[in-house]
Design a protein around this ligand. Structure first.
Ligand code: GDP
Length: 316
């Protein structure tokens, strides 16, 4: 399934959010299979009312929702690309995910220390981006070195190497200007040629602005949230506003009380719901269903992919 990695500086609310999502999944276990693979990896079923309707119609024995694998990637500090903290381990964890969710602290609380002394979303976002950029630059430099030394006579290989080289040079230029690889306009053949490097700044990013519960109904009244929105648009990324604490409280409530609680905060949907939607949108994902008396199942595909012959309905 799709893998999303949760990253962020210390004390921004990563674990609170991760645990809330895990608890939420457990609470729904009756309808939605859920499992924790390891302490920092959880598979979250994506609730979808259409699935239940279909399953009823087909009188299916089993109902299987689609899911996202969430990885809590802790340990990023300034200097990670130089091997500080859990640096290298952290970076290799990121290499394995399909998308990055960066939790950004937008709540003020004097009791909770901010690593840099004050709440400053743009600086938090830049710190993490720089680490990813450094790591990509190092990798690209090594790769270009190798490509420049290549003496292949095989024309097909030569063409591929040329494509890779021109793609990497464009990206290198952008990275040196502080821009992520995903912002670079590459030709199809260049994209294809550099894919095998799994560059970190090529991965789609969603910034998760973590606010205090009273800001949920009107996130724009929080100037930190506005800063995150600006950064997200500068960096070709998505954004959602969430309160990790509210998510944690929601997870403790019985399902029927959750809607009431959300209403009392002036919001229609849980942060998790919004996060899933943002991820689907950003990655261009679609859901389709297969149904029969044995099972009704939801699948996630990239939009534009061909559907199997037995698909039923495709629309998120
Ligand atoms: P991590 O280091 O990024 O994993 O951060 P944690 O999830 O451990 O959170 C750090 C501290 O901030 C904990 O004491 C949380 O209870 C607290 N925290 C998380 N989200 C919020 C929030 O929205 N508001 C407030 N006031 N505190 C929060």
């Amino acid at each position: 399934s799709l893998r999303a990695g949760i990253v962020g500086l210390p004390n921004v609310g990563k674990s609170t959010l991760f645990n809330a999502i895990v608890e939420n999944g457990k609470a729904q276990a009756a309808n939605f299979p859920f499992c924790t693979i390891s302490p920092n990896v959880g598979v979250v079923a994506i609730p979808d009312p259409r699935l239940q309707v279909l399953s009823k119609l087909s009188k299916s024995q089993q109902t299987v929702p689609t899911s996202i694998e969430l990885v809590d990637i802790a340990g990023l500090v300034k200097g990670a690309s130089k091997g500080e903290g859990l640096g290298n381990q952290f970076l290799s964890n990121i290499r394995e995910v399909d998308s990055i969710l960066q939790v950004v602290r937008c709540f003020e609380d004097d009791d909770i220390v901010h690593v840099n002394g004050k709440v400053d979303p743009r600086s938090d976002i830049d710190v993490i981006n720089l680490e990813l950029i450094f790591s990509d630059l190092e990798q690209i430099e090594k790769r270009l070195d190798k490509l420049n030394k290549s003496k292949t006579k095989d024309t097909q290989v030569k063409v591929k190497e040329q494509a890779e080289k021109s793609g990497l040079e464009k990206i290198q230029q952008a990275l040196m200007e502080g821009k992520p690889a995903r912002s670079v306009d590459l030709a199809e053949h260049e994209k294809e040629a550099i894919k095998h490097l799994y560059l970190l700044t090529m991965k789609p990013v969603i910034y998760v602005a973590n606010v205090t519960e009273s800001d949920l109904a009107e996130p724009d009244s929080n100037s930190h949230v506005k800063e995150v929105a600006k950064a997200a648009s500068d960096l070709q990324s998505g954004m959602v506003t969430i309160s990790a604490q509210v998510e944690a409280e929601l997870a403790e409530l019985p399902l029927e009380e959750r809607v009431e609680y959300l209403k009392s905060l002036g919001v229609a949907e849980s942060g998790l719901g919004n996060l899933v939607k943002a991820t689907y949108n950003l990655l261009g994902l679609r859901t389709y269903f297969t149904t029969g008396d044995k099972e009704t199942k939801a699948w996630t595909i990239l939009s534009g992919f061909l559907l199997p012959h037995n698909y039923l309905y495709c629309n998120i």
